[in-house]
Design a protein around this ligand. Sequence first.
Ligand SMILES: [Zn+2]
Length: 121
Amino acid sequence: MLSKEEFINNTKIGKIVARKCTKCGHLHLVTTYFCQNCGNKGFENVIVDGKGTVATYTIITVPPDGYEKSVPYAWVVMQVDNSELRISGFMEHITSPADLPLGTKVKITGHDEHGIIIEKQ
Ligand SMILES: [Zn+2]
């Protein structure tokens, strides 16, 4: 099993814990009972480097409660290097698409009450 605490503790050191299918190797970010790729039921935890590229993002200028001091920020979907995993987190001080072209190299740098923190590499 993969606990939320274990997942968060790894993001704090720039790592991602994923569930790897023991049959086909497909990675999953959350605990699932069946592999989404092949239907196998066996998994093992693997640690993946929290680095990748920007796949897509949304710039938030009107914050939800609790994010006021971070705006404008981007909610970023990162394509993790050398895997099919996508993971999302937030990046502070992004005001326009010119600040963050798609494909920009980024990395996980921490975790706070809002979630995963992503910064440019
Ligand atoms: Zn599988």
